[in-house]
Design a protein. Structure first.
Length: 292
């Protein structure tokens, strides 16, 4: 048994992960408001207050391993803090605190297409954060998942909120492709990485590649409603989202438009390297209990 601290351990992925890790390890969930979580943390998990943007608030002295999950969502425009403030500076602080406190292993949560020259601020901040992790003196693993679904996640709700039932408009007809990964499969892989202190970078996704239009149809079908998708020309979407960038409180901006032009699909699914075979990955339609 090792002691594992999970930054963002009370978020969507974090709550599921803490429950899984707590079966075999001493687990501490670190976040700014550790009593709140979208999924009940049923395992024996200590909750500790810490803010990754504030180095002095981080204390990993009793941790053998740290899992670093904190980030801002790419689905919506950022408010006060930027992706650089939270993802990049936050990762620098977590890495520095891990080195200071003698942590043996760091598992870092990145994203598909993370790249210092990526198309969006989210991807560029994730790319730079990966460089910080790789340049550290701590043994590390980096996970790059496609979009994650499951209890407490925002993906299905996002698809419901951004489309109307029966007939909806989607930029480019909703052709952007995803490879939705069930959170239960993801935390199984993370548990395996922590258990064996695996080093490397892994791109992981679910078993199906689905377009945004297909995902939206499935989500509405699960509610017993059909969906016909009508395309909005990408040029209109660009104009609308560029204008929205400057409207305070508007949920979308330029980066959300740029994301629509990027498929979120792995080059090679490396889930098996972390102990989950592709044929065992949970299918999104099956999770929703609808036919594909
Ligand atoms: N969900 C997906 O589909 C998906 C896909 C690919 C990659 N990822 C990556 O997976 C990771 C986890 O995603 P998620 O969906 O679980 O996110 P989430 O539900 O938004 O959870 C974020 C967690 O971070 C904590 N947090 C936020 N700011 C913090 C700060 N400054 N200091 C300390 N804790 C802070 C939050 O709690 P407080 O607000 O109380 O601090 C919460 O516990 C992220 O790195 C994300 O980029 C997610």
């Amino acid at each position: 048994m090792v002691s594992v601290h999970v930054t963002g351990g009370t978020g969507f992925v974090g709550s599921h992960l803490c429950n899984r890790l707590a079966e075999n390890h001493d687990v501490t969930a670190v976040s700014r408001s550790p009593e709140r979580s979208p999924v009940e943390i049923t395992g024996e998990v200590e909750r500790r207050t810490g803010d990754v943007t504030d180095f002095d608030s981080l204390d990993f002295t009793d941790a053998d391993a740290v899992v670093h999950l904190v980030s801002l969502s790419p689905l919506y425009k950022t408010g006060g803090l930027s992706h650089y403030d939270v993802t990049l500076r936050g990762t620098e602080n977590v890495v520095d605190a891990s080195e200071r406190d003698g942590v043996d292993y760091l598992l870092h949560m990145s994203a598909l297409d993370a790249d210092v020259d990526g198309a969006t601020e989210y991807l560029r901040a994730k790319g730079r954060a990966e460089e910080v992790v790789r340049g550290s003196g701590v043994d590390s693993g980096v996970l790059r998942p496609s979009v994650v679904f499951g209890e407490g996640g925002e993906f299905e709700g996002f698809c419901r909120r951004t489309t109307t039932p029966y007939v909806t408009f989607l930029p480019g007809g909703g052709r952007t492709r995803f490879q939705p990964l069930w959170v239960g499969d993801l935390v199984e892989m993370m548990d395996s990485a922590v258990e064996e202190q695996r080093t490397g970078v892994w791109e992981v996704g679910g078993s199906d590649v689905l377009s945004l239009a297909e995902v939206s149809r499935l989500v509405h079908r699960a509610d017993g409603r059909g969906l016909k998708v009508l395309p909005v020309p990408m040029a209109f979407a660009r104009l609308g989202m560029t204008a929205a960038e400057y409207v305070p409180g508007a949920p979308f901006g330029v980066d959300q438009y740029r994301s629509l032009k990027l498929d979120n699909v792995v080059r090679e699914n490396q889930a098996p390297e972390l102990g989950v075979e592709e044929y065992d990955l949970r299918i999104f339609a099956e999770y929703l209990d609808v036919e594909l």
